[in-house]
Design a protein around this ligand. Structure first.
Ligand code: IP8
Length: 256
């Protein structure tokens, strides 16, 4: 049936402005969607973002800048890793009774960004795989860094065989928009030569927000047929994409 790789955005599964506050309803709805797709026979990988379990404290301890001389950050690394594990456990629990295989990036990834080093073969084992944006060890002088789930989406989607769908479920937007205010319209089909509008709250978000997603998705669509941004608050749209090949959202396509 093919492999579906989906991102559960951090802003969708948590309240991004309030530290370590999960959105259990959204997690439950997405889990039901995965349980349905698994029954149909798809191989599934979930990559979840960090939301308020990662970005707020990572920003506070400046973890995205790596090791900074004279600043005590090891407590911050441990704290964010513990918080991420908490969110990860909620995601894994939501998927019961599926056979879930958890992959914690701190245990299998070295360095961050799109060229991180990791063996991705274990993601081919049978079961539903779950991984997430995390604090990973890096070469000196950084020593550590933030690995975004969007970079995991890129590498898993481009390097694993039989990937049919790469779907970014986001919170608070139906897809890529023409403008960030109330006059904005959904862009149903987008390629990297087209414009769009995005808001990146740099004071909160330590990774790239919508701009990083669009950039990674533009690469993924070179090798994966169905690459989509959808409003994850309507999890049924994910099912529609898989079942009918279309739904409300933005389909990302290669540029001509
Ligand atoms: O939310 C960020 O992952 P993302 C990971 O997928 C941390 O970009 C720990 C902030």
């Amino acid at each position: 049936m093919g492999r579906i790789i989906m991102k559960w955005g951090g802003g969708l599964i948590s309240d991004k402005s309030s530290v370590c506050t999960p959105n259990q309803q959204h997690i439950r709805n997405l889990a039901q969607c995965v349980i349905h797709l698994e029954k149909l026979g798809h191989d599934i990988i979930i990559v979840h973002g960090a939301g308020s379990f990662g970005h707020i404290r990572a920003r506070q301890y400046r973890l995205d800048e790596g090791n900074i001389e004279g600043i005590e950050q090891s407590e911050g690394v441990a704290h964010v890793r513990a918080d991420m594990l908490h969110l990860h456990d909620l995601v894994v629990e939501s998927l019961q009774p599926l056979n879930v295989i958890s992959h914690k990036p701190r245990e299998f990834v070295h360095n961050n960004g799109p060229d991180f080093q990791a063996n991705l073969e274990p993601f081919l084992d049978s079961g539903v795989h779950v991984t997430f944006g995390d604090v990973v060890d890096c070469d000196p002088p950084s020593e550590f860094g933030i690995l975004s789930g969007d970079d995991l989406m890129l590498r898993l989607s481009c390097e694993l065989p039989d990937v049919t769908h790469s779907i970014f479920a986001m919170g608070g937007t139906p897809g890529l928009m023409t403008s960030s205010d109330e006059t904005g319209k959904l862009i149903p089909i987008w390629n990297k030569d087209m414009e769009y509008s995005g808001n990146h709250r740099q004071e909160i978000d330590v990774t790239g927000g919508i701009f990083l997603k669009a950039h990674r998705a533009a690469h993924i669509c070179e090798v994966v047929e169905h690459v989509w941004f959808v409003d994850g608050e309507h999890a049924s749209r994910i099912l529609e994409i898989v079942e009918f090949g279309e739904s409300v959202g933005t389909r990302i396509v290669p540029s001509q």
